[in-house]
Design a protein around this ligand. Structure first.
Ligand SMILES: C[S@@+](CC[C@H](N)C(=O)[O-])C[C@H]1O[C@@H](n2cnc3c(N)ncnc32)[C@H](O)[C@@H]1O
Length: 292
């Protein structure tokens, strides 16, 4: 009986030394699994309305898991490619302070509307910046954020005129983020795209508090007959030992998209993958690296 009471106590309390999150030991351990299943909203959900307008959103329910693990209540969270504001919405639900940067003014307007309708929050110019993430260091002070989480453009793959794009056209939805030349999704050369994107993520280093984390959600993809291992290409750029300020890779979680429809790509001639997972690169700014 005494033993049962002790176990009950340890499971339900947050360790006093835990300065990362508000989870109990049991909750913490569950979240260290190297995979999780995508939990979409369901097409009929009223909360899917704004999300569906964007060509590549993530579900705020998936991002909730990461925010809960990597922050405490009231923690400051940045999404440098905020799209239709899924990260900010998750932050509101979890009582964190969400900040977003988004290049396209139309996605910014939709974010404002979404947060007002779904979360009854009016975003100000400090929390939603309509601008280029190449300027992150102008927008925010150093050592400011407890967590950075985002999903960036995946090169120019939205240029593909495939069945997914056709379906969006039929439904009256955008197939691209924008026509803006500063949109990373409009860079034609893959190496140039990777370099530009890495520069933005490396600039996030100074904005994070020492010891805090950045999670980047990315998928690999095919372009013509080539398969691009985007997650590993990006990971190497951000953790390169030659860099003065480099992130430490702490893990790579797989986000399993088991509900996606299968297509008979390649059948019956060759192996062409149905890519039904994304990666979450988990990077940390070292604990002793407060930016001066
Ligand atoms: C994969 S989407 C992010 C979607 C977001 N996670 C959501 O749930 O709505 C990438 C976003 O990056 C934006 N973007 C592209 N280039 C940018 C830049 N240079 N600065 C800021 N945002 C940019 C695009 O407009 C697009 O909305």
């Amino acid at each position: 009986m005494a033993e049962a009471l002790t176990i009950e106590k340890t499971v339900k309390t947050v360790d006093k030394r835990n300065d990362l999150n508000d989870l109990t030991s049991t909750e913490w351990v569950q979240e260290t699994k190297s995979f999780f299943y995508q939990k979409g909203l369901g097409a009929g959900s009223p909360e899917a309305k704004y999300e569906k307008m964007h060509p590549a959103p993530f579900s705020f329910t998936d991002i909730t898991k990461l925010i809960k693990f990597f922050t405490k209540k009231d923690g400051k969270v940045l999404d440098p490619f905020s799209g239709v504001g899924s990260t900010i919405k998750a932050c509101v639900e979890l009582e964190r302070e969400g900040f977003g940067v988004e290049l396209s003014s139309s996605w910014c307007k939709i974010t404002q509307q979404r947060l007002l309708v779904e979360s009854k929050v009016k975003l100000d110019k400090e929390h939603l910046i309509c601008g280029d993430s190449r300027d992150l260091k102008k927008f925010f002070p150093k050592n400011h954020f407890d967590f950075i989480v985002t999903s960036p453009p995946y090169w120019n793959i939205l240029e593909k005129k495939d069945h997914k794009a056709n379906k969006r056209v039929v439904n009256g939805h955008e197939t691209k983020y924008s026509e803006d030349e500063n949109d990373l999704g409009n860079i034609d050369d893959y190496e140039k795209f990777l370099t530009e994107l890495s520069k933005i993520f490396l600039s996030c280093y100074d904005l994070l508090k020492a010891g805090k984390y950045m999670c980047i959600i990315v998928s690999d993809f095919r372009h013509k007959s080539e398969f691009y291992s985007f997650h590993s290409d990006l990971m190497y750029k951000l953790t390169d030992k030659k860099l003065k300020k480099r992130f430490h890779l702490k893990g790579i979680k797989v986000l399993i998209q088991n509900a996606k429809k299968l297509f008979p790509y390649g059948y019956p001639f060759s192996y062409v993958e149905n890519i039904h997972h994304q990666y979450v690169l988990i990077l940390q700014k070292p604990k002793d690296e407060r930016t001066k």
